[in-house]
Design a protein around this ligand. Structure first.
Ligand SMILES: NC(=O)c1ccc[n+]([C@@H]2O[C@H](COP(=O)([O-])OP(=O)(O)OC[C@H]3O[C@@H](n4cnc5c(N)ncnc54)[C@H](OP(=O)(O)O)[C@@H]3O)[C@@H](O)[C@H]2O)c1
Length: 352
C-alpha cells in the first residue's frame, strides 16, 4: 500500500525569507518499497516523523514543462532560508534550490544544453532529488574545470551576492560594507565586491572569522556583535545587509550620501528601529533597497548570473568556500548543523 502523505501537502502560494513565491510543483506522492517503479525517484522531503524532519523518500519522477530540462543531480547545497522553512513546513514539502548535475533529458522546446552536458541549476523548490525538472533559463553550463560541488554552491548564495552588488552600480573605488560576512552570501559578496574594484569592509561578530573574510578580499574588518554606528571605514556607498535588527539600524546610519543599503536577510532579527533624522539629514539621497532573489530573477534570468559566476570560478577569481561535504543521506544532520552555525561556509551534499 502507498504511504499516504497527500493530505498534509498544500499547493497554496508560499512566501519565505528567500523570496519563494508560488510553486508549480505537482503533488508529491510517497510510496512504500513494494510499490516502487521506474517512475519513482529518491528525493529529500519533509517528514515530521523523521529525526530532523528531513529524509530521503520515494516520490514521483518529475514531469517537465516544455521549457524544462531534466537534470540528473550529482550535488546539492543547503541555504539557511530553505532549511529554516523545512523546520515548520507541511509533510511532503520538497525543499531544494541549488543543484548541479548532468542533463538527462533535453527540454521539449529545444532550449537549453544538450544531453550529457554538465550544468548547475536553480529551482523554486524540490531541487534535492535524483532527477529534477529545471527551467532552461535557470541552467548554466559548467566549464570543464568547475566541479559539481563548487557549482552547487552558486545558485542562491552566489546569485544573491551578485544581485545585491548590482544595486550599487559601478563599484570601482567605492566603499562597500558586507554584514553577515562569514555567511554563505557574505563570503561571495566580499569576493565579488573586490573583483568590482571596491574597498571592502566585512562585519563579523567573532574574531575567529577574521582570517576567512580577509582571505576572501576584505581590506577592513569591523568586529562586534553589533555594527558600530561610528567607524573609521564608514560611510559606505553600499551595504550588503543580511543580519537585520540593530545591524540594519546601524547600517542606515552609516550609508554615504546617494548610497544604498540592500536589505536581504534578517539572520539576527526582524524588527528594526533607526534614526530617521540621521538617515535623511546626513545620508542625503541614500536609499534602502529590499532584495528578494526571486524578484531580481524576473528582470534577469538566473542563467545569466550563473554563467558569469561559473566563469569566475573557472578563472579562479571566485572561490566557493565549501566547509562540509557529505552524502545526501545525512541531510537532516547537516541541516541542523547549518541552523546552529556549526560550520562556516557552504555545505554540499553528494547525491546517489
Ligand atoms: N532575500 C533573499 O532573496 C535571500 C537570499 C539568500 C539569503 N537570504 C538570507 O540572507 C541571510 C544570509 O544568508 P546566508 O546563506 O549567508 O546565511 P548563513 O550562511 O547561515 O550566514 C549567516 C550569517 O549571519 C551572521 N549572523 C549574525 N547574527 C546572526 C544570528 N543571530 N543568527 C545567525 N546568524 C547570524 C552569521 O555570523 P556567524 O558566522 O558569526 O554565525 C553569518 O555571517 C539569511 O538570513 C538568509 O535567509 C535571503
Amino acid at each position: 500500500m502507498p504511504i499516504e502523505f497527500r493530505s498534509g501537502y498544500s499547493n497554496a502560494p508560499c512566501q519565505d525569507e528567500a523570496g519563494e513565491g508560488e510553486s508549480n510543483d505537482s503533488l508529491p506522492v510517497f510510496y512504500s518499497k513494494e510499490s516502487f517503479s521506474m517512475s519513482n525517484i529518491q528525493a529529500v522531503v519533509v517528514d515530521p516523523t523523521a529525526s530532523g524532519r528531513l529524509a530521503l523518500r520515494e516520490v514521483n519522477s518529475p514531469t517537465p514543462l516544455p521549457n524544462e530540462a531534466i537534470v540528473r543531480v550529482a550535488a546539492i547545497s543547503l541555504n539557511r532560508g530553505e532549511v529554516r522553512r523545512s523546520t515548520t513546513a507541511e509533510a511532503g514539502w520538497q525543499p531544494g534550490w541549488d543543484l548541479a548535475g548532468t542533463i538527462e533529458t533535453v527540454a521539449a522546446d529545444g532550449s537549453g544544453p544538450s544531453q550529457g552536458t554538465r550544468v548547475v541549476g536553480f529551482v523554486r523548490s524540490g531541487g534535492w532529488g535524483e532527477l529534477v525538472a529545471v527551467p532552461t533559463n535557470a541552467i548554466a553550463q559548467l566549464p570543464e574545470s568547475v566541479s559539481f560541488a563548487q557549482a552547487s554552491t552558486l545558485p542562491v548564495a552566489g546569485l544573491t551576492a551578485y544581485h545585491v552588488l548590482k544595486q550599487g552600480g559601478l563599484l570601482l573605488g567605492k566603499s562597500v560594507l558586507v554584514t553577515g560576512a562569514s555567511g554563505g552570501v557574505g563570503h561571495f559578496a566580499i569576493q565579488l565586491a573586490r573583483l568590482s574594484g571596491a574597498k571592502v569592509a566585512a562585519h563579523i561578530r567573532t574574531p575567529d572569522y577574521e582570517a576567512l573574510v580577509k582571505a576572501a578580499g576584505a581590506q577592513a574588518v569591523v568586529l562586534g556583535e553589533d555594527l558600530p554606528l561610528e567607524s573609521e571605514h564608514a560611510p559606505y556607498d553600499l551595504v550588503a545587509e543580511s543580519v537585520g535588527g540593530k545591524t540594519l539600524s546601524a547600517a542606515l546610519g552609516s550609508v554615504a550620501q546617494d548610497g544604498v543599503v540592500v536589505s536581504f536577510g534578517t539572520s539576527g532579527g526582524n524588527e528594526v528601529t533607526f534614526n530617521a533624522q540621521r538617515f535623511y539629514g546626513v545620508s542625503n539621497g541614500a536609499r534602502l533597497y529590499a532584495l528578494m532573489l526571486f524578484h531580481e530573477l524576473k528582470h534577469e534570468s538566473a542563467s545569466v548570473g550563473l554563467q558569469r559566476l561559473l566563469n569566475l570560478v573557472a578563472a579562479e577569481q571566485l572561490k566557493p568556500h565549501i566547509a562540509l561535504e557529505a552524502p545526501w543521506t545525512q541531510v537532516a544532520d547537516v541541516a541542523q548543523q547549518l541552523l546552529d552555525r556549526k560550520f562556516v561556509g557552504k555545505a554540499v551534499l553528494h547525491v546517489g
